[in-house]
Ligand binder design. Structure first.
Ligand SMILES: NC(=O)C1=CN([C@@H]2O[C@H](COP(=O)(O)OP(=O)(O)OC[C@H]3O[C@@H](n4cnc5c(N)ncnc54)[C@H](OP(=O)(O)O)[C@@H]3O)[C@@H](O)[C@H]2O)C=CC1
Ligand SMILES: CC(=O)C(=O)O
Ligand SMILES: [Mg+2]
Length: 591
């Protein structure tokens, strides 16, 4: 077997005799067979095309000082490494010690990116074992700063760049990517990166970060993940003038030119990877996001994380919060600051869940939900001038110019920030919410931390410890009058990794709103009494792989129920199946 492989690969194979492996062919043959995601179970060995020096430069297979004596002999590594042989645990300890020494978050980010490019399994081992500590490094808030400075810190491409220059050649560009069996693509055009606006091509940090969570939190193997940035230019004048900017130096293409490039990309993806590849739209501006989702939702497996993932995570938090604030979902009144992707996406899913619970028509349950945009409360008299996604939220009311006025007029029980503008939940607004409610629910969803509508400290102090608070970016626990409050992180990172895993393991070909509802329910169920005592309405991220397996199982079950799952027969125990498919970062042995 070994010599056959060596012949096939020009004497350059690395054979992997993982203890978990059994029988079968090469890596490429495996996925989508017995297990839908992991490169284990059906093959006795895996191989790479690298040995010797190039093996040490191959992040997928490099183990650094953890290569054993035998591996050093058989893979031409003698002399290329110092004599010490160490465990992956020791490497992890050293890396964490090093990362903790950096005071500046961006330095920690760069250290993690360097590790990902050098030793992928060690990177994921760190991220999985230290998830609460490292999530703010590879994800919000630090990833926001990384995108702002991406041109300066750029070392190696971590995903595919598809710019207007590649028009007519997008399929060829996809074929340049070294991995063939792609299961999840996260794509951005960089126009609305977190709450930081248009960062053009430098938005690449977001698909890269989101996909590292797909692997660490959801167990989708790294080689099945493809980050993509579509570069149609940027309207960010600072970036256009920045000598280190890495993108096209032109203003954004719009209209037909934009639509054509996107269409070419969507068609090429389907042609190259088939219809079961999940395409996650991320951080598009809302004038494109809703259109793309509607246009491709019927022909492709697409998911908009900002509209749908956010809706699912916030509904879960709201449902969990009912244990603390009392009442049923329909007993509550919601007011949003921000009526874009996140705001209207969440509003619609809450209204849908209310409607399912009460059998009251959706048009009626929507009336329990009010939104404020940059022009004030969304009311009927503004209907003609509203973007289409805001129209369902135009209710009968006098015009109200600002949020404080809207809080006083609507008297909501829950206030949700999805505006992308920091410190907009002022003292007066939180105090008014507190005067109206025994326990006001306050969610400041905007990212990164600088854009959060208020801080945890502000929410707890101004509400005299009565607010149930969660935020999109993490805040430390806060002590108020002797009680420690732990703010939850209302971030779609709880949902999309497990959601995507569920789609992948069931071979789903379409996303459906009911899947968002079951994902939300599965997440809310993971909140424990111990969490509630601290005011937490989300479970800790330390349990995220278990949470993701549960979300995946529920999403997959729904896919089978809806008849959109293609992986047959349906595994009997979907939770166990999801767990068994999850990528493990533990080193494999090479013979
Ligand atoms: N926690 C999480 O998981 C997620 C958080 N987010 C965060 O939510 C924020 C918004 O994202 P998204 O919905 O996609 O963005 P959009 O651009 O689609 O929507 C932003 C909305 O905020 C409104 N707005 C902007 N400024 C103000 C203001 N000063 N007062 C009142 N309303 C204002 C806009 O009004 P108008 O329409 O009039 O322009 C618009 O309705 C971002 O910071 C993002 O990071 C997003 C997704 C997930
Ligand atoms: C979390 C996220 O998706 C956003 O802020 O855009
Ligand atoms: Mg996003």
């Amino acid at each position: 077997m070994e010599s056959t492989m060596k012949e096939m690969r020009g004497g350059e194979s690395v054979l992997d005799l993982s203890p978990r492996a059994t029988v079968g062919g090469g890596v490429e043959d495996v996925y989508g067979e017995d297990c839908a995601t992991e490169d284990q179970l059906v093959t006795p060995w895996t191989y790479s095309v690298a040995s010797g020096y190039s093996l040490l430069r191959d992040p997928h297979h490099n183990k650094g000082l953890a290569f054993t004596e035998t591996e050093r002999d058989s893979h031409y590594l003698r002399g290329l490494l110092p004599p010490a042989v160490v465990t992956q645990q020791l490497q992890e300890k050293k890396m964490m010690d090093n990362i903790r020494k950096y005071q500046v978050p961006l330095q920690k980010y760069m250290a993690m990116m360097e590790l990902q490019e050098r030793n992928e399994r060690l990177f994921y081992k760190l991220l999985i074992d230290n998830v609460e500590e490292l999530l703010p490094v590879v994800y919000t808030p630090t990833v926001g700063e990384a995108c702002q400075k991406y041109g300066s810190i750029f070392r190696r491409p971590q995903g595919l760049y598809i710019s207007l220059k590649e028009k007519g050649k997008v399929l060829d560009v996809l074929k340049n990517w070294p991995e063939r069996s792609i299961q999840v693509i996260v794509v951005t055009d960089g126009e609305r990166i977190l709450g930081l606006g248009d960062l053009g091509c430098q938005g690449m940090g977001i698909p890269v970060g989101k996909l590292s969570l797909y692997t660490a939190l959801g167990g989708v193997r790294p080689s099945a993940c493809l980050p993509v940035t579509i570069d149609v230019g940027t309207n960010n004048e600072e970036l256009l003038k920045d000598e280190f900017y890495i993108g096209l130096r032109q203003r954004r293409a719009t209209g037909q030119e934009y639509a054509d490039l996107l269409h070419e990309f969507m068609s090429a993806v389907k042609q190259n990877y088939g219809e079961k590849v999940l395409i996650q739209f991320e951080d598009f501006a809302n004038h494109n996001a809703f259109t793309l989702l509607a246009k491709y939702g019927t022909t492709h497996l697409v998911f908009n994380d900002d509209i749908q993932g956010t809706a699912s995570v916030v509904l879960a938090g709201v449902v969990a919060a009912l244990k603390l604030i009392g009442g049923t979902l329909a007993d509550h009144k919601f007011l949003f600051l921000g009526a874009g992707e996140a705001g209207t996406g969440i509003a619609e899913l809450i209204a849908l869940e209310m409607s399912k619970q009460t059998k009251i028509p959706l048009e009626e349950t929507r009336k329990k939900i009010w939104l404020v945009d940059s022009k004030g409360l969304i009311v009927n008299s503004r209907k003609d001038s509203l973007q289409h996604f805001k129209k369902p939220w135009a209710h009968d009311h006098e015009p109200v110019k600002d949020l404080l006025g809207a809080v006083k007029a609507i008297k909501p029980t829950a206030l949700i920030g999805s505006s992308g503008v920091g410190r907009t939940f002022t003292k007066e607004i939180i105090e008014t919410m507190t005067s109206l409610n025994e326990k006001p629910l306050i969610m400041a969803l905007s990212n990164p931390t600088s854009q959060s509508e208020c801080t945890a400290e502000e929410a707890y102090t101004w509400s005299q410890g009565r607010a149930i608070f969660a935020s999109g970016s993490p805040f430390d626990p806060f002590e108020y009058k002797g009680k420690v409050f732990v703010p939850g992180q209302a971030n779609n990172a709880y949902i999309f990794p497990g959601f995507g895993l569920g789609l992948v393991i069931s071979g789903a070909i379409r996303v459906h709103d009911d899947m968002l509802l079951v994902a939300s329910e599965a997440l809310a169920k993971q909140v424990s009494e111990e969490n509630y005592v601290k005011g937490l309405i989300y479970p800790p991220f330390t349990n995220i792989r278990k949470i993701s397996a549960n979300i995946a199982a529920n999403v997959a079950a729904k896919a089978y129920e809806l008849g959109v799952a293609t992986r047959l027969p349906r595994p009997a125990n979907l939770v166990k199946y999801a767990e068994s498919c999850m990528y493990s970062p533990v080193y494999r042995s090479y013979r």
